[in-house]
Design a binder for this molecule. Structure first.
Ligand code: SF4
Length: 327
């Protein structure tokens, strides 16, 4: 990797203190546990993993909504902690899963899309309507919906409104949190294609959070696989889908063919359920579910091993580990 980093996450940890019951002391939950992630200009970096793996916490930190407990996050080369809220919001914008709940039902479409201009203190209201019409055209919204309300629009149109609102201030990066999972299957590909077109046209960088590996394969350029707060494998999309290395990545990819496509979370067929993050397994945290686990896996945490396009955290690929066996 040699491109310009839009955002760089270094050794970031986020710990929450969780109540464990009446009169009992609080316990630490390490939602994100020593993550390094560099997203370069123009990339689509996908974050995948089961619910509770830390994707959303990491994304919230990357939007400046949550401070890390340890580590640093740099936005455009500057620590995010030193940037004011408005600067961060001009640089990074989110698009959420459910366009209906993320849009104010009492505001018109024009007002919703204009809001970021007003919040950012844009001093020239005369240009607002022009800019809104431009962005509406760019995302494929007809002008006639300018004075409509969200409940008068289809799900796909509402997501286009959410995209227009995110892009009105021309951010450098967009964090797309399950951008199509609340939409009809027939509309999903239209929204994905729109995101692709906008990326090319506006030079955008995306962080894509998705359970849907078909979506990831369709638009991501690189993928980071998260498990219990760590990125256990990071590589380019083609390599991951052709030859996943980490046993968890392999399990996730085999879940693409789950019989029920409406399942939000892939069935990884791993037997043991996702562990309680308050009871973090010792050694490799994946060992209770890993079909390749070796005796030392429960004792020693694997270190990141460089691999094409990124790294993998697994003793199977560590020639210095006590036992070496390629799967
Ligand atoms: Fe499985 Fe061991 Fe690799 Fe962890 S380190 S993924 S338990 S083989």
């Amino acid at each position: 990797m040699s491109g310009e980093a839009v955002i760089e996450v270094r050794d970031v940890t986020r710990t929450f203190m969780i109540s464990s019951g009446f009169m009992k002391p609080k316990r630490p939950l390490h939602a994100v546990n020593g993550v390094n992630l560099r997203v370069e200009r123009g990339e689509v970096m996908a974050l995948v993993g089961e619910s509770g793996c830390g994707k959303t916490t990491l994304a919230r930190m990357m939007m400046g909504l949550l401070p890390p407990s340890q580590g640093t996050i740099e936005l455009g080369g500057k620590p995010i902690s030193t940037l004011d809220r408005m600067t961060v919001a001009r640089t990074v914008q989110p698009i959420f899963q459910d366009p209906y709940s993320s849009l104010n039902p009492r505001k018109t479409i024009g007002s919703i899309i204009t809001l970021p201009l007003r919040v950012q203190g844009d001093r020239d209201p005369a240009t607002w309507e022009k800019r809104v019409h431009e962005i509406m055209e760019l995302v494929g919204l007809p002008r006639r919906v300018f004075n409509n309300y969200p409940n008068q629009l289809s799900g796909g149109q509402r997501q286009r409104v959410a995209i227009a609102r995110a892009l009105i201030n021309r951010p450098r990066m967009v964090i797309c949190d399950e951008p199509t999972s609340a939409l009809d299957v027939s509309v999903q590909s239209q929204i994905l294609n729109l995101l692709q077109d906008l990326r090319a046209e506006l030079g955008l960088t995306y962080l894509l959070i998705s359970h849907n590996l078909a979506v990831v394969e369709h638009i991501a350029t690189r993928v980071a696989v998260m498990y219990l707060g760590r990125i256990v494998e990071q590589t380019d999309t083609a390599s991951l889908f052709e030859s996943p290395r980490h046993p968890y990545s392999k399990a996730l990819l085999s879940s693409v063919l789950t019989p029920d496509p409406t399942l939000g979370v892939p069935d990884t067929h791993l037997g043991a359920s996702f562990p309680n993050p308050l009871e973090m397994p010792s050694g490799c945290t994946f060992h209770p579910r890993c079909p390749k686990a070796m005796p030392h896996c429960s004792q020693v945490a694997p270190r990141p091993i460089p691999a094409p396009g990124g790294h993998v955290e697994c003793h199977l690929y560590d020639e210095g580990a006590p036992t070496y066996a390629q799967s």
